[in-house]
Design a protein around this ligand. Structure first.
Ligand SMILES: [Zn+2]
Length: 101
């Protein structure tokens, strides 16, 4: 019969391990240090959060970040387009209205 044990990182006390509920905190009986915390999200909650983050990433990458209009010409750049243009365009083409000299 195997028994799960856990050691306190602060005082090396040995404790029996059991799975924790979402709001539980395991503390060392000797020194009171926090040994572990229960997971706040279940596996399905983590999966839903991951899928939502993937959808948000897809929207962020496909949506233009900046749109420029000049004399009827319009140019839009998204995340990927901005990065590729930044590498392909020389920085000397960008001029600011600072003092000349
Ligand atoms: Zn301890």
């Amino acid at each position: 019969m195997s028994q799960d044990i856990v050691l306190c990182e602060q005082c090396d006390a040995v404790h029996r391990w059991r799975p924790l509920a979402s709001s539980e905190v395991a503390r060392c009986r000797r020194c009171g240090a926090v040994i572990a915390r229960g997971h706040r999200l279940s596996v399905s909650g983590l999966l839903a959060l991951t899928v939502a983050a993937g959808v948000m990433l897809a929207v962020a990458v496909s949506t233009p970040v900046m749109t420029l209009q000049l004399r009827g010409d319009e140019s839009a750049a998204g995340q990927a387009g901005s990065a590729s243009r930044g590498f392909s365009t020389s920085i000397s083409t960008i001029r600011t209205g600072g003092p000349s000299g």
